[in-house]
Write a protein that binds this ligand. Structure first.
Ligand SMILES: CC(=O)N[C@H]1[C@@H](OP(=O)(O)OP(=O)(O)OC[C@H]2O[C@@H](n3ccc(=O)[nH]c3=O)[C@H](O)[C@@H]2O)O[C@H](CO)[C@@H](O)[C@@H]1O
Ligand SMILES: C=C(OP(=O)(O)O)C(=O)O
Length: 436
Protein backbone atom coordinates (compact mmCIF):
# COMPACT_ATOMS: atom_id res chain seq x y z
CA UNK A 1 0.00 0.00 0.00
CA UNK A 2 1.41 3.33 -0.95
CA UNK A 3 1.45 6.62 0.93
CA UNK A 4 -1.07 8.20 3.25
CA UNK A 5 -2.71 11.52 3.97
CA UNK A 6 -2.74 12.95 7.47
CA UNK A 7 -5.66 15.30 7.94
CA UNK A 8 -6.66 17.53 10.81
CA UNK A 9 -10.33 18.18 10.24
CA UNK A 10 -13.01 20.52 11.48
CA UNK A 11 -11.64 23.65 9.78
CA UNK A 12 -13.75 25.89 7.58
CA UNK A 13 -12.19 26.30 4.15
CA UNK A 14 -12.57 29.24 1.81
CA UNK A 15 -11.56 30.41 -1.61
CA UNK A 16 -11.56 29.25 -5.19
CA UNK A 17 -10.85 25.84 -6.63
CA UNK A 18 -10.52 24.98 -10.31
CA UNK A 19 -11.50 21.52 -11.48
CA UNK A 20 -8.99 19.45 -13.43
CA UNK A 21 -9.71 18.11 -16.92
CA UNK A 22 -12.05 15.10 -16.87
CA UNK A 23 -10.31 11.78 -16.17
CA UNK A 24 -12.82 9.56 -17.91
CA UNK A 25 -12.93 11.80 -20.98
CA UNK A 26 -9.14 11.84 -21.12
CA UNK A 27 -9.00 8.04 -21.24
CA UNK A 28 -11.30 7.96 -24.29
CA UNK A 29 -9.67 10.85 -26.10
CA UNK A 30 -6.17 9.47 -25.63
CA UNK A 31 -7.16 6.13 -27.15
CA UNK A 32 -8.67 7.98 -30.14
CA UNK A 33 -5.26 9.37 -31.16
CA UNK A 34 -4.52 5.83 -32.40
CA UNK A 35 -7.09 6.32 -35.18
CA UNK A 36 -4.92 8.61 -37.30
CA UNK A 37 -1.30 9.00 -38.36
CA UNK A 38 -1.68 12.80 -38.18
CA UNK A 39 -0.92 15.01 -35.22
CA UNK A 40 -3.60 15.37 -32.54
CA UNK A 41 -3.13 18.11 -29.97
CA UNK A 42 -4.98 17.72 -26.67
CA UNK A 43 -5.19 20.28 -23.89
CA UNK A 44 -6.46 20.28 -20.30
CA UNK A 45 -5.20 16.71 -19.78
CA UNK A 46 -5.23 16.00 -16.03
CA UNK A 47 -1.88 15.08 -14.50
CA UNK A 48 -3.07 11.94 -12.73
CA UNK A 49 -1.80 8.38 -12.45
CA UNK A 50 -4.32 6.66 -14.73
CA UNK A 51 -3.90 9.17 -17.52
CA UNK A 52 -0.11 9.19 -17.27
CA UNK A 53 -0.08 5.40 -17.43
CA UNK A 54 -2.13 5.51 -20.62
CA UNK A 55 0.23 8.07 -22.15
CA UNK A 56 3.13 5.72 -21.32
CA UNK A 57 1.29 2.86 -23.03
CA UNK A 58 0.84 5.04 -26.13
CA UNK A 59 4.58 5.74 -26.09
CA UNK A 60 5.25 2.01 -25.88
CA UNK A 61 3.15 1.68 -29.03
CA UNK A 62 5.67 4.11 -30.53
CA UNK A 63 3.17 6.97 -30.65
CA UNK A 64 5.24 10.18 -30.71
CA UNK A 65 4.29 12.24 -27.69
CA UNK A 66 5.35 15.87 -27.30
CA UNK A 67 4.59 17.83 -24.14
CA UNK A 68 3.85 21.43 -25.12
CA UNK A 69 3.09 22.63 -21.60
CA UNK A 70 1.04 21.69 -18.55
CA UNK A 71 -1.73 19.34 -19.66
CA UNK A 72 -0.98 20.12 -23.30
CA UNK A 73 0.35 17.31 -25.49
CA UNK A 74 0.67 16.49 -29.18
CA UNK A 75 0.36 12.85 -30.28
CA UNK A 76 1.34 11.35 -33.62
CA UNK A 77 0.53 7.69 -34.25
CA UNK A 78 2.13 7.45 -37.71
CA UNK A 79 4.49 4.54 -37.01
CA UNK A 80 2.62 2.38 -34.53
CA UNK A 81 4.61 -0.56 -33.21
CA UNK A 82 1.83 -3.08 -33.42
CA UNK A 83 4.00 -5.91 -32.01
CA UNK A 84 3.83 -4.30 -28.58
CA UNK A 85 0.15 -5.24 -28.26
CA UNK A 86 1.06 -8.95 -27.98
CA UNK A 87 4.06 -8.37 -25.71
CA UNK A 88 4.48 -9.39 -22.07
CA UNK A 89 4.87 -5.71 -21.16
CA UNK A 90 1.46 -4.82 -22.58
CA UNK A 91 -0.11 -7.75 -20.76
CA UNK A 92 1.24 -6.17 -17.57
CA UNK A 93 0.71 -2.46 -18.33
CA UNK A 94 -2.68 -2.81 -20.02
CA UNK A 95 -3.98 -4.55 -16.90
CA UNK A 96 -3.18 -1.55 -14.71
CA UNK A 97 -6.12 0.63 -15.64
CA UNK A 98 -9.66 0.50 -16.95
CA UNK A 99 -9.09 3.00 -19.74
CA UNK A 100 -6.75 0.66 -21.64
CA UNK A 101 -9.84 -1.24 -22.81
CA UNK A 102 -10.52 1.54 -25.31
CA UNK A 103 -7.36 0.72 -27.24
CA UNK A 104 -9.34 -2.17 -28.75
CA UNK A 105 -11.71 -0.17 -30.99
CA UNK A 106 -9.08 2.02 -32.66
CA UNK A 107 -6.63 -0.90 -33.12
CA UNK A 108 -9.27 -3.15 -34.63
CA UNK A 109 -10.45 -0.40 -36.98
CA UNK A 110 -6.99 0.63 -38.13
CA UNK A 111 -5.00 -2.60 -38.06
CA UNK A 112 -7.67 -5.34 -38.22
CA UNK A 113 -6.46 -6.93 -34.97
CA UNK A 114 -6.54 -6.05 -31.29
CA UNK A 115 -5.60 -7.73 -28.01
CA UNK A 116 -6.11 -6.88 -24.37
CA UNK A 117 -5.37 -8.27 -20.93
CA UNK A 118 -8.26 -8.00 -18.44
CA UNK A 119 -8.16 -4.29 -17.68
CA UNK A 120 -7.72 -2.88 -14.18
CA UNK A 121 -9.57 0.00 -12.55
CA UNK A 122 -11.65 0.08 -9.42
CA UNK A 123 -12.62 -3.15 -7.72
CA UNK A 124 -16.22 -2.10 -7.24
CA UNK A 125 -18.03 -5.24 -8.27
CA UNK A 126 -18.32 -7.16 -11.52
CA UNK A 127 -17.27 -5.08 -14.50
CA UNK A 128 -18.03 -7.18 -17.51
CA UNK A 129 -16.91 -6.34 -21.03
CA UNK A 130 -19.58 -8.29 -22.95
CA UNK A 131 -21.10 -5.16 -24.48
CA UNK A 132 -17.76 -4.18 -26.01
CA UNK A 133 -17.16 -7.56 -27.62
CA UNK A 134 -20.75 -8.04 -28.77
CA UNK A 135 -20.46 -4.72 -30.59
CA UNK A 136 -17.20 -5.65 -32.30
CA UNK A 137 -18.59 -9.04 -33.31
CA UNK A 138 -21.66 -7.38 -34.82
CA UNK A 139 -19.33 -5.22 -36.89
CA UNK A 140 -17.72 -8.40 -38.24
CA UNK A 141 -14.85 -9.17 -35.84
CA UNK A 142 -13.89 -12.62 -34.58
CA UNK A 143 -13.47 -12.80 -30.85
CA UNK A 144 -11.65 -15.22 -28.58
CA UNK A 145 -10.75 -15.26 -24.92
CA UNK A 146 -7.83 -17.11 -23.37
CA UNK A 147 -9.07 -17.89 -19.88
CA UNK A 148 -5.70 -18.99 -18.56
CA UNK A 149 -3.97 -15.79 -19.59
CA UNK A 150 -7.10 -13.62 -19.18
CA UNK A 151 -6.32 -12.26 -22.64
CA UNK A 152 -8.88 -11.07 -25.21
CA UNK A 153 -8.26 -11.26 -28.98
CA UNK A 154 -10.12 -9.70 -31.88
CA UNK A 155 -9.46 -9.97 -35.59
CA UNK A 156 -11.36 -8.61 -38.58
CA UNK A 157 -10.52 -8.55 -42.28
CA UNK A 158 -13.10 -5.85 -42.65
CA UNK A 159 -15.61 -4.11 -40.40
CA UNK A 160 -19.08 -3.50 -41.78
CA UNK A 161 -21.60 -1.08 -40.33
CA UNK A 162 -24.98 -2.32 -39.08
CA UNK A 163 -27.69 -1.69 -36.51
CA UNK A 164 -26.43 -2.62 -33.05
CA UNK A 165 -28.69 -2.69 -30.00
CA UNK A 166 -26.45 -2.57 -26.95
CA UNK A 167 -27.31 -4.85 -24.06
CA UNK A 168 -26.50 -2.01 -21.67
CA UNK A 169 -25.48 1.61 -22.07
CA UNK A 170 -21.84 0.95 -21.27
CA UNK A 171 -19.69 4.10 -21.22
CA UNK A 172 -16.36 2.65 -22.35
CA UNK A 173 -18.22 0.05 -24.46
CA UNK A 174 -19.98 2.73 -26.49
CA UNK A 175 -16.71 4.65 -26.93
CA UNK A 176 -15.00 1.49 -28.15
CA UNK A 177 -17.70 0.59 -30.66
CA UNK A 178 -17.90 4.17 -31.95
CA UNK A 179 -14.14 4.21 -32.51
CA UNK A 180 -14.34 0.97 -34.48
CA UNK A 181 -17.39 2.07 -36.47
CA UNK A 182 -15.96 5.40 -37.68
CA UNK A 183 -13.59 3.48 -39.98
CA UNK A 184 -16.02 0.63 -40.82
CA UNK A 185 -17.65 0.29 -44.25
CA UNK A 186 -21.14 1.76 -44.45
CA UNK A 187 -23.59 2.90 -41.81
CA UNK A 188 -23.59 1.82 -38.17
CA UNK A 189 -26.39 2.70 -35.81
CA UNK A 190 -25.82 2.18 -32.11
CA UNK A 191 -29.00 2.16 -30.03
CA UNK A 192 -28.98 2.24 -26.21
CA UNK A 193 -25.69 4.07 -26.59
CA UNK A 194 -24.27 5.73 -23.50
CA UNK A 195 -24.23 9.52 -23.88
CA UNK A 196 -22.16 10.87 -20.99
CA UNK A 197 -20.42 14.21 -21.71
CA UNK A 198 -17.24 12.11 -22.10
CA UNK A 199 -18.80 10.39 -25.10
CA UNK A 200 -20.23 13.58 -26.54
CA UNK A 201 -16.75 15.05 -26.42
CA UNK A 202 -15.26 11.98 -28.07
CA UNK A 203 -17.82 12.04 -30.90
CA UNK A 204 -17.29 15.76 -31.48
CA UNK A 205 -13.55 15.23 -31.67
CA UNK A 206 -13.96 12.32 -34.09
CA UNK A 207 -16.15 14.50 -36.32
CA UNK A 208 -13.43 17.15 -36.33
CA UNK A 209 -11.07 14.37 -37.47
CA UNK A 210 -13.34 13.67 -40.45
CA UNK A 211 -15.79 11.14 -39.01
CA UNK A 212 -19.50 11.42 -39.67
CA UNK A 213 -21.41 10.86 -36.44
CA UNK A 214 -24.92 12.16 -35.79
CA UNK A 215 -27.21 11.81 -32.80
CA UNK A 216 -24.49 12.99 -30.39
CA UNK A 217 -25.91 13.36 -26.87
CA UNK A 218 -28.75 10.91 -27.55
CA UNK A 219 -28.95 7.14 -27.13
CA UNK A 220 -29.04 6.55 -30.88
CA UNK A 221 -25.79 7.27 -32.68
CA UNK A 222 -25.54 7.04 -36.46
CA UNK A 223 -22.09 6.67 -37.94
CA UNK A 224 -21.31 6.78 -41.65
CA UNK A 225 -17.93 5.07 -42.01
CA UNK A 226 -15.07 6.94 -43.68
CA UNK A 227 -11.76 5.64 -45.12
CA UNK A 228 -9.43 7.79 -43.10
CA UNK A 229 -9.31 10.25 -40.22
CA UNK A 230 -7.00 13.25 -39.91
CA UNK A 231 -5.49 15.34 -37.12
CA UNK A 232 -7.29 17.80 -34.87
CA UNK A 233 -7.14 19.72 -31.61
CA UNK A 234 -9.23 18.95 -28.56
CA UNK A 235 -9.72 20.42 -25.09
CA UNK A 236 -10.98 18.30 -22.23
CA UNK A 237 -14.04 19.44 -20.25
CA UNK A 238 -13.68 20.12 -16.52
CA UNK A 239 -14.14 16.94 -14.47
CA UNK A 240 -17.79 16.78 -13.37
CA UNK A 241 -16.95 14.25 -10.67
CA UNK A 242 -14.45 16.67 -9.14
CA UNK A 243 -16.99 19.48 -9.35
CA UNK A 244 -19.57 17.42 -7.46
CA UNK A 245 -16.93 16.45 -4.91
CA UNK A 246 -16.07 20.10 -4.17
CA UNK A 247 -19.76 20.93 -3.72
CA UNK A 248 -19.92 18.13 -1.15
CA UNK A 249 -16.71 19.30 0.50
CA UNK A 250 -18.06 22.84 0.90
CA UNK A 251 -21.28 21.60 2.50
CA UNK A 252 -19.61 19.16 4.91
CA UNK A 253 -17.03 21.69 6.10
CA UNK A 254 -19.50 24.65 6.21
CA UNK A 255 -17.19 26.47 3.82
CA UNK A 256 -17.67 29.27 1.31
CA UNK A 257 -16.15 28.00 -1.90
CA UNK A 258 -16.25 29.05 -5.53
CA UNK A 259 -15.66 26.33 -8.10
CA UNK A 260 -14.28 27.98 -11.21
CA UNK A 261 -15.11 27.35 -14.88
CA UNK A 262 -17.39 24.38 -14.41
CA UNK A 263 -19.04 24.28 -17.84
CA UNK A 264 -22.45 24.38 -16.19
CA UNK A 265 -24.34 23.24 -19.29
CA UNK A 266 -22.64 19.85 -19.15
CA UNK A 267 -23.38 19.12 -15.49
CA UNK A 268 -26.83 17.63 -16.05
CA UNK A 269 -28.66 16.77 -12.83
CA UNK A 270 -25.56 17.07 -10.63
CA UNK A 271 -26.21 20.57 -9.19
CA UNK A 272 -29.87 19.82 -8.48
CA UNK A 273 -29.06 16.52 -6.81
CA UNK A 274 -26.91 18.38 -4.27
CA UNK A 275 -29.67 20.98 -3.91
CA UNK A 276 -32.07 18.17 -2.95
CA UNK A 277 -29.86 17.59 0.08
CA UNK A 278 -30.52 21.22 1.02
CA UNK A 279 -27.17 22.57 -0.16
CA UNK A 280 -27.34 26.10 -1.51
CA UNK A 281 -25.37 26.72 -4.65
CA UNK A 282 -25.50 29.44 -7.23
CA UNK A 283 -24.46 29.59 -10.84
CA UNK A 284 -22.32 32.73 -11.24
CA UNK A 285 -21.26 33.04 -14.85
CA UNK A 286 -19.58 29.71 -15.41
CA UNK A 287 -18.62 29.31 -11.75
CA UNK A 288 -20.49 27.65 -8.90
CA UNK A 289 -20.65 29.66 -5.69
CA UNK A 290 -21.43 27.77 -2.49
CA UNK A 291 -22.07 29.98 0.56
CA UNK A 292 -21.01 28.88 4.03
CA UNK A 293 -23.99 26.99 5.48
CA UNK A 294 -24.25 25.83 9.10
CA UNK A 295 -27.04 23.37 8.26
CA UNK A 296 -28.67 21.85 5.18
CA UNK A 297 -32.05 20.17 5.17
CA UNK A 298 -32.91 17.23 2.93
CA UNK A 299 -35.97 17.67 0.75
CA UNK A 300 -38.63 14.99 0.68
CA UNK A 301 -40.45 13.75 -2.39
CA UNK A 302 -43.80 15.44 -3.17
CA UNK A 303 -45.70 12.60 -1.52
CA UNK A 304 -43.69 13.09 1.67
CA UNK A 305 -41.59 9.95 1.29
CA UNK A 306 -37.84 9.79 2.01
CA UNK A 307 -35.47 11.14 -0.64
CA UNK A 308 -33.72 8.44 -2.67
CA UNK A 309 -30.62 9.21 -4.66
CA UNK A 310 -29.71 6.53 -7.19
CA UNK A 311 -27.37 6.24 -10.14
CA UNK A 312 -28.33 5.78 -13.78
CA UNK A 313 -26.66 6.08 -17.17
CA UNK A 314 -26.50 9.69 -18.40
CA UNK A 315 -28.50 11.91 -18.20
CA UNK A 316 -29.16 10.18 -14.87
CA UNK A 317 -26.97 10.75 -11.85
CA UNK A 318 -23.45 9.38 -12.29
CA UNK A 319 -22.52 6.45 -10.00
CA UNK A 320 -19.14 8.11 -9.55
CA UNK A 321 -20.70 10.76 -7.28
CA UNK A 322 -22.92 8.56 -5.10
CA UNK A 323 -20.22 8.06 -2.46
CA UNK A 324 -19.91 11.83 -2.15
CA UNK A 325 -23.69 12.21 -1.78
CA UNK A 326 -23.62 9.52 0.90
CA UNK A 327 -20.95 11.29 2.94
CA UNK A 328 -22.68 14.65 2.62
CA UNK A 329 -25.95 13.08 3.76
CA UNK A 330 -24.34 12.05 7.06
CA UNK A 331 -24.42 15.69 8.20
CA UNK A 332 -27.69 16.77 6.59
CA UNK A 333 -30.93 17.33 8.49
CA UNK A 334 -33.11 14.41 7.48
CA UNK A 335 -32.68 10.95 6.01
CA UNK A 336 -31.67 9.79 2.57
CA UNK A 337 -31.74 6.39 0.91
CA UNK A 338 -28.70 5.86 -1.33
CA UNK A 339 -29.27 3.26 -4.02
CA UNK A 340 -26.18 2.25 -6.01
CA UNK A 341 -27.78 0.28 -8.83
CA UNK A 342 -24.82 -0.34 -11.11
CA UNK A 343 -22.05 -1.68 -8.90
CA UNK A 344 -22.35 -4.17 -6.07
CA UNK A 345 -19.22 -3.36 -4.04
CA UNK A 346 -19.15 0.38 -3.96
CA UNK A 347 -20.95 0.99 -0.65
CA UNK A 348 -18.84 -1.08 1.72
CA UNK A 349 -16.79 1.97 2.67
CA UNK A 350 -19.72 3.02 4.89
CA UNK A 351 -18.12 0.88 7.63
CA UNK A 352 -15.41 3.53 7.94
CA UNK A 353 -18.00 6.29 8.19
CA UNK A 354 -19.84 4.33 10.88
CA UNK A 355 -16.51 4.09 12.78
CA UNK A 356 -16.35 7.88 12.53
CA UNK A 357 -19.76 8.16 14.16
CA UNK A 358 -22.04 8.41 11.12
CA UNK A 359 -25.58 7.01 11.40
CA UNK A 360 -25.89 4.63 8.45
CA UNK A 361 -27.75 1.37 7.91
CA UNK A 362 -26.27 -0.69 5.11
CA UNK A 363 -29.44 -2.41 3.93
CA UNK A 364 -27.74 -4.64 1.34
CA UNK A 365 -24.75 -4.26 -1.03
CA UNK A 366 -26.69 -1.77 -3.14
CA UNK A 367 -28.58 0.34 -0.61
CA UNK A 368 -27.71 2.39 2.44
CA UNK A 369 -29.98 4.55 4.57
CA UNK A 370 -28.27 7.60 6.00
CA UNK A 371 -29.74 9.38 8.99
CA UNK A 372 -28.28 12.87 8.92
CA UNK A 373 -26.87 14.43 12.10
CA UNK A 374 -27.61 18.04 11.11
CA UNK A 375 -24.00 19.09 11.90
CA UNK A 376 -24.85 18.68 15.61
CA UNK A 377 -22.38 15.85 16.24
CA UNK A 378 -19.23 16.02 14.12
CA UNK A 379 -17.65 12.89 12.72
CA UNK A 380 -14.55 11.70 14.63
CA UNK A 381 -11.15 11.43 12.98
CA UNK A 382 -9.79 7.91 12.51
CA UNK A 383 -7.35 5.80 10.48
CA UNK A 384 -8.73 4.26 7.33
CA UNK A 385 -7.76 2.73 4.00
CA UNK A 386 -9.01 4.15 0.72
CA UNK A 387 -10.86 1.29 -1.00
CA UNK A 388 -11.48 2.92 -4.39
CA UNK A 389 -11.02 6.20 -6.15
CA UNK A 390 -14.38 7.81 -5.33
CA UNK A 391 -14.86 6.29 -1.87
CA UNK A 392 -11.31 7.50 -1.19
CA UNK A 393 -12.26 11.07 -1.97
CA UNK A 394 -15.48 10.71 0.00
CA UNK A 395 -13.48 9.57 3.05
CA UNK A 396 -11.12 12.47 2.52
CA UNK A 397 -14.07 14.87 2.66
CA UNK A 398 -15.37 13.11 5.78
CA UNK A 399 -11.92 13.48 7.38
CA UNK A 400 -11.75 17.19 6.51
CA UNK A 401 -15.06 17.72 8.30
CA UNK A 402 -14.24 15.47 11.27
CA UNK A 403 -13.00 16.47 14.67
CA UNK A 404 -9.36 15.54 15.26
CA UNK A 405 -6.78 13.71 13.22
CA UNK A 406 -7.43 11.18 10.47
CA UNK A 407 -5.05 9.12 8.41
CA UNK A 408 -6.09 7.77 5.01
CA UNK A 409 -3.88 4.99 3.68
CA UNK A 410 -3.58 3.58 0.17
CA UNK A 411 -3.92 7.01 -1.38
CA UNK A 412 -2.74 5.71 -4.71
CA UNK A 413 -6.46 5.05 -5.13
CA UNK A 414 -7.10 8.78 -4.78
CA UNK A 415 -4.09 9.96 -6.78
CA UNK A 416 -5.12 7.92 -9.80
CA UNK A 417 -8.06 10.28 -10.27
CA UNK A 418 -7.37 13.62 -8.61
CA UNK A 419 -4.53 15.92 -9.61
CA UNK A 420 -2.36 17.24 -6.81
CA UNK A 421 -5.29 17.03 -4.48
CA UNK A 422 -3.45 17.80 -1.23
CA UNK A 423 -1.85 20.96 -2.60
CA UNK A 424 -5.11 22.23 -4.06
CA UNK A 425 -6.93 21.58 -0.79
CA UNK A 426 -4.21 23.32 1.23
CA UNK A 427 -4.68 26.38 -1.03
CA UNK A 428 -8.24 26.73 0.31
CA UNK A 429 -7.17 26.24 3.91
CA UNK A 430 -7.22 22.47 4.50
CA UNK A 431 -4.80 20.90 6.96
CA UNK A 432 -3.64 17.90 4.94
CA UNK A 433 -0.21 16.46 4.38
CA UNK A 434 1.29 13.48 2.63
CA UNK A 435 3.12 10.99 4.86
CA UNK A 436 4.89 7.71 4.00
C1 LIG B 1 -12.92 4.77 -17.34
C2 LIG B 1 -14.35 5.09 -17.22
O1 LIG B 1 -14.91 5.82 -18.02
N1 LIG B 1 -14.99 4.58 -16.16
C3 LIG B 1 -16.40 4.85 -15.94
C4 LIG B 1 -17.22 3.93 -16.84
O2 LIG B 1 -16.84 2.60 -16.55
P1 LIG B 1 -17.28 1.41 -17.51
O3 LIG B 1 -17.39 1.90 -18.92
O4 LIG B 1 -16.35 0.31 -17.20
O5 LIG B 1 -18.72 1.08 -16.98
P2 LIG B 1 -20.01 0.57 -17.80
O6 LIG B 1 -20.77 1.76 -18.26
O7 LIG B 1 -19.59 -0.43 -18.80
O8 LIG B 1 -20.82 -0.19 -16.68
C5 LIG B 1 -20.78 0.11 -15.32
C6 LIG B 1 -21.57 -0.89 -14.52
O9 LIG B 1 -22.91 -0.59 -14.61
C7 LIG B 1 -23.65 -1.64 -15.11
N2 LIG B 1 -24.61 -1.02 -16.02
C8 LIG B 1 -24.21 -0.25 -17.06
C9 LIG B 1 -25.13 0.32 -17.89
C10 LIG B 1 -26.48 0.11 -17.65
O10 LIG B 1 -27.34 0.58 -18.39
N3 LIG B 1 -26.85 -0.65 -16.58
C11 LIG B 1 -25.94 -1.22 -15.76
O11 LIG B 1 -26.29 -1.90 -14.82
C12 LIG B 1 -22.65 -2.55 -15.79
O12 LIG B 1 -23.07 -3.89 -15.79
C13 LIG B 1 -21.43 -2.33 -14.93
O13 LIG B 1 -21.44 -3.13 -13.79
O14 LIG B 1 -18.61 4.14 -16.57
C14 LIG B 1 -19.03 3.83 -15.23
C15 LIG B 1 -20.53 4.01 -15.16
O15 LIG B 1 -20.88 5.36 -15.37
C16 LIG B 1 -18.25 4.72 -14.26
O16 LIG B 1 -18.55 4.35 -12.93
C17 LIG B 1 -16.74 4.63 -14.46
O17 LIG B 1 -16.10 5.64 -13.74
C1 LIG C 1 -14.68 3.72 -11.39
C2 LIG C 1 -13.91 4.70 -11.84
O1 LIG C 1 -12.79 4.56 -12.53
P1 LIG C 1 -12.30 3.32 -13.41
O2 LIG C 1 -13.41 3.04 -14.37
O3 LIG C 1 -11.08 3.86 -14.08
O4 LIG C 1 -12.03 2.21 -12.44
C3 LIG C 1 -14.24 6.11 -11.61
O5 LIG C 1 -13.70 6.96 -12.33
O6 LIG C 1 -15.01 6.40 -10.68
Amino acid sequence: MSGAFEIRGGKRLSGEITPQGAKNEALQILCAVLLTGDEVRITNIPDIKDVNKLIEILQDFNVKVTKNGKGDYTFKADEVNFDYIKSKEFKKDGAKLRGSVMILGPMLARFGEAYLPTPGGDKIGRRRLDTHFQGFVELGAEFSYDEEEAFYSLTAKELNGKFILLEEASVTGTANIVMAAVLAKGKTRIYNAACEPYLQQLCKMLNRMGANITGIGSNLLTIEGVDKLHGTEHTMLPDMVEIGSWIGLAAMTKSEITIKNVNWNQLGVIPNTFRKLGIELEQRGDDIYIPSQDHYKVQKFIDGSILTVSDAPWPGFTPDLLSIILVVATQAKGSVLIHQKMFESRLFFVDKLIDMGAQIILCDPHRATVIGMNQETPLRGTTMVSPDIRAGNALLIAALSAEGKSVIQNIEQIDRGYENIDERLRAIGADIRRID
